[in-house]
Design a protein around this ligand. Structure first.
Ligand code: UTP
Length: 410
């Protein structure tokens, strides 16, 4: 482990010497814990704060990208189903649940998947996802390997919850957990927050590192041995999500493309979703805040929005391609968040408003590393019910309504 002087040297390179301010007051265990944390933390992300204004807006040439529409899919339904079911039966598909986030907007203290969305009975978000996956098990007669990404902060609570609930009826030998990396959180001046006198405030470093974390957890060997070729990556918080959807898998395989993304038609030009388009001829996702008004309102020859298809965090990636791009550097996104931190009295407080930045890589940036991506349109009210907030848009309330509309008993 590094010494105090080595730690100080690292910190001074990044202007973070305040992390050792209370060092002399700490017990030996706490001292060692802090030195260890400094040793394993990647401070280089902090440099991105300085360059972020220069880099934002630095995009290539953007063009609209069409989709296989709901109508197209209906026409080819049988073919897609056949190809997808065959792939699943041959063990070529797996799913990755992204559940390492902290769900700060929801304001629920446990992992988001442990939130009970039921009204008259218990129905946890994790349970919704497993039920959705079980539909595919019923259809194909195959259990789909499910890899669940957690973070240091919620891993044991998540595993205990699955254990306690008998994996909600899923075959537990098909479920594996793996842990993502953490990154330091900083105040608006770029100084890392402390959680206590002996710990820096760190948070999960975004969902973009899911594949490298799978590899680091030693799961790639298993993926290879099982012959898995396609991985469906999805967010824990869309309770209507279709996971390992045979039609989607079949459509991507039939298209001969390297990846696929489920999309929905935007309800309005201003809807706050990322849009799948082309950037320098390659698939790419532009966040809503990056779109100019011209792009937002641009119409095609049929009078429809040109940048029409919003992403819902449900992607299909090819394993070989994921291995090929494993070491590509991913852009770092700097996101304003409410970060619990220690105040001057040494007490941990959770702020009411955003008080600083987290550094995150995002899975959507993997799309731009693909040569092509099948944009696959789904019916919004059947497949998109995200639980981001407690009330209002994309909330517990809106998701409950949509679940009921789809015949799920709450
Ligand atoms: P969000 O961007 O909605 O973040 O994550 P969040 O942490 O869940 O919620 P807020 O923004 O703090 O309210 C989209 C998906 O990516 C996962 C989340 O668990 C969710 O399924 N995620 C996010 C991770 O797995 N790791 C992360 O570091 C961040």
């Amino acid at each position: 482990m590094i010494t105090y002087n080595e730690a100080l040297k690292i910190l001074s390179e990044y202007g973070q010497e305040h992390i050792l301010r209370y060092y002399d007051e700490l017990s030996d265990d706490e001292k060692n814990g802090l030195l260890r944390q400094i040793e394993v933390t990647d401070f280089s992300v902090i440099n991105d704060l300085k360059t972020r204004n220069e880099e934002s807006g630095n995009r290539g040439v953007l063009e609209p990208l069409g989709a296989v529409t709901i109508e197209d899919i209906q026409k080819n339904k049988e073919e897609y189903l056949k190809v997808g079911i065959e792939a699943i039966k041959a063990g070529k598909a797996a799913a990755v649940m992204l559940a390492g986030g902290q769900g700060t907007r929801l304001g629920f203290n446990s992992p988001k998947g442990m939130f009970n969305i039921g009204e008259n009975k218990e129905l946890y978000i994790f349970q919704c996802q497993i039920n959705n996956l079980l539909d595919v098990v019923k259809l194909t007669g195959e259990y789909i390997p499910l890899y669940i990404m957690t973070s240091e902060k919620n891993n044991s609570e998540t595993i205990d919850f699955f254990e306690k609930n008998n994996y909600f009826g899923y075959n537990s030998s098909y479920v594996k957990f793996f842990i993502q990396d953490m990154a330091p959180s900083v105040d608006f001046n770029g100084k890392i927050f402390m959680e206590s006198k002996s710990e820096m405030a760190v948070s999960p470093n975004g969902n973009g590192g899911w594949f490298s974390s799978i590899v680091r957890a030693g799961l790639l060997d298993e993926i290879r041995e099982k012959g898995i070729e396609w991985i469906n990556v999805f967010a824990v918080d869309n309770v209507l999500q279709r996971i390992a959807d045979p039609m989607f898998i079949g459509a991507v395989i039939s298209s001969g493309m390297q990846s696929g993304s489920k999309v929905v038609s935007k309800v309005s030009p201003d809807e706050r979703v990322g849009v799948l388009c082309l950037e320098d001829g390659k698939p790419s996702i532009v966040e809503y805040y990056e779109m100019t008004d011209e792009m937002r309102f641009l119409l095609d020859k049929n009078g429809e929005l040109s940048y029409k298809y919003g992403v819902i965090l449900n992607y299909l990636f090819n394993v070989n391609k994921a291995v090929e791009i494993l070491n590509n550097k991913m852009p770092i996104h700097i996101v304003e968040k409410k970060i619990p931190c220690m105040n001057d009295e040494g007490v941990l407080v959770t702020p009411e408003k955003p008080n600083g930045f987290k550094f995150e890589t995002l899975v959507l940036d993997m799309i731009h590393m693909q040569d092509n991506c099948l944009s696959y349109e789904v019916i919004r009210n059947k497949e998109f019910a995200p639980v981001k907030n407690a009330t209002g848009a994309d909330s517990v309330e809106s998701a409950r309504l949509l679940l009921k509309e789809n015949g799920v008993e709450l």
